[in-house]
Design a binder for this molecule. Structure first.
Ligand SMILES: [Fe+2]
Length: 260
């Protein structure tokens, strides 16, 4: 009876994941034959379970490494696409990466989780990818002073971008953010004239980061504004054009950068 109780105790420990050598004592010659046979079978089972657990742990490690590689490749793919656009549109060199960086930081500061913040960062890097099919004259066009037919063409780029990216499953949410980055809270944006609550938060973040970077960067036709002046313009249009909470997040991110 003692041996049965001992065997039972050992089985319970194995079930909890505690593998000890206690079972060995019950396989010795001084034990009744039945006890020895059961103890040997349990011992063998324990060794096999341990080996499988080890194998699983190894597989999990391999999967983690593969996952990291996929993530790295995703970022490289996205960067390659952004570089392809930069090659055509020289004066926005660095703009995509800066918008991605700013938007990702704003998202994290607003309490979005790591995955969402990363989608927003990738959306920032790719936001203008739809311009890649533009004719050269559109790249030479000047913001705010374009003939109507050019403006119409320019307004197609968010939709064109979403169309280019739509089959890249790894981009997830980023594709919709690219589609919505020129929408405005008051419904006067483009291409779909969405209203505030219809615009994903990530796209409202992108709109603020994109506009801030465009305003503070020197262009052939305009000198970049100071950060204070750009923030002033954003604040002036808070609630109509841009989301106030996103502007506050931008201010906090810029404050953090200055304090570094
Ligand atoms: Fe854009």
């Amino acid at each position: 009876m003692d041996a049965v109780r001992q065997l039972l105790g050992i089985i319970e420990e194995i079930a909890k994941g505690n593998y000890s050598n206690d079972i060995m004592a019950l396989t010795k010659e001084d034990q009744p034959e039945t006890t020895r046979a059961i103890a040997e079978a349990i011992g063998l089972m324990m060794v096999k379970i341990e080996a499988r657990e080890y194998q699983l742990e190894m597989m999990v490690e391999e999967l983690k490494a593969l996952n990291l590689k996929i993530k790295e490749n995703t970022i490289k793919t996205v960067s390659a696409m952004a570089h392809a656009l930069a090659a055509r549109d020289a004066y926005t060199e660095g703009h995509a990466a800066r918008v991605g960086d700013l938007a990702g930081r704003m998202a994290a500061l607003m309490g979005l989780n790591e995955e969402e913040a990363e989608s927003i960062r990738l959306g920032g890097i790719l936001h203008d990818i739809g311009k890649i099919g533009f004719p050269d004259e559109l790249f030479q066009a000047h913001e705010g002073q374009n003939p109507n037919n050019l403006v119409k063409e320019i307004m197609k780029h968010p939709g064109a971008g979403a169309e280019i990216l739509k089959d890249l499953d790894f981009l997830g949410l980023s594709v919709e953010l690219v589609h919505c980055h020129h929408e405005r809270l008051d419904g006067k944006g483009y291409p779909r004239k969405l209203n505030a609550e219809e615009i994903p938060l990530g796209a409202r973040i992108l709109a603020v980061a994109d506009s801030y970077d465009a305003m503070t960067t020197d262009r052939p036709y305009q000198k970049g504004r100071s950060p204070e002046a750009a923030l002033g313009i954003l604040r002036q249009h808070a609630g109509t054009r841009w989301d106030e909470a996103c502007i506050e997040a931008l201010e906090a991110v810029l404050g953090d950068v200055q304090n570094q």
